[in-house]
Ligand binder design. Structure first.
Ligand SMILES: O=P(O)(O)OC[C@H]1O[C@H](OP(=O)(O)OP(=O)(O)O)[C@H](O)[C@@H]1O
Ligand SMILES: O=C(O)c1cc(=O)[nH]c(=O)[nH]1
Ligand SMILES: [Mg+2]
Length: 192
């Protein structure tokens, strides 16, 4: 599956939003990929995650013990991708702002792959890697449905993206006037 096909699924689902968005990194963008509008459809999610699993299998040789999704956005794609990889899916969620594996115990040295929805700066994946390494896991790779940095982000492990889609994002003090004129909204769950 290529980037055009992935974006077509997002467009069909009405998931490509236009406006003024505050991203989880604090950056501002005129485009927001509202993945929840894709993940509400099991058939679309299955198609995307089957293709992502194929890509992960080709690029990560050896056994994968767990697929880890960063909540909330990573929950559904990690679960669906894990089905195709034949490994259990677990998740990290925020406690006092920090990702923790609150509901599961994994053995030291467990080999994991992180599956995210969207990557912009890679901050959320780096936070997930820190959490997993603190408890002794080996992070073999990270994967996502759409990489908004189009390959520019470095998360410190291989990043496998089903699609790369470069979207503008600006620091708040460098907003173009047409964006500054629109009230900003923050769709994601960080800091809630
Ligand atoms: O690469 P980054 O700059 O970290 O941005 C991408 C992250 O932002 C979104 O999560 P968010 O924290 O907004 O909450 P959500 O998972 O509830 O959507 C998305 O799900 C990724 O986790
Ligand atoms: O960077 C983000 O926070 C982000 C961007 C995007 O397009 N979609 C999303 O869910 N999060
Ligand atoms: Mg998220």
């Amino acid at each position: 599956m290529n980037t055009t096909e992935v974006l077509e699924i997002f467009r069909e689902a009405g998931a490509v939003l236009e406006g003024h968005f505050i991203l989880t990194s604090g950056l501002r963008s005129p485009i927001f990929l509202q993945k929840a509008r894709v993940f509400m459809h099991a058939d679309k999610t299955e198609k995307l995650c089957r293709a992502l699993a194929d890509k992960i299998r080709a690029e990560v040789p050896g056994k994968i013990d767990y697929v880890v999704g960063p909540a909330i956005g990573g929950l559904i794609p990690a679960y669906e991708t894990s089905r195709h990889l034949g490994a259990p899916a677990i998740w990290v969620e925020r406690e006092d702002g920090k990702f923790r594996l609150r509901r599961f115990e994994i053995e030291k040295g467990a080999r994991v792959v992180i599956v995210e929805d969207i990557v912009t700066t890679g901050l959320s994946i780096r936070e997930t890697i820190d959490c997993l390494r603190e408890i002794g896991a080996e992070v073999a790779a990270a994967a996502c449905i759409i990489d908004r940095s189009a390959g520019k982000t470095d998360v410190g492990v291989p990043l496998i993206a089903l699609a790369e889609y470069e979207v503008p994002a600006y620091p708040v003090d460098q907003l173009p006037p047409e964006l500054a004129a629109i009230p900003a909204v923050k769709p994601g769950s960080r800091n809630i």
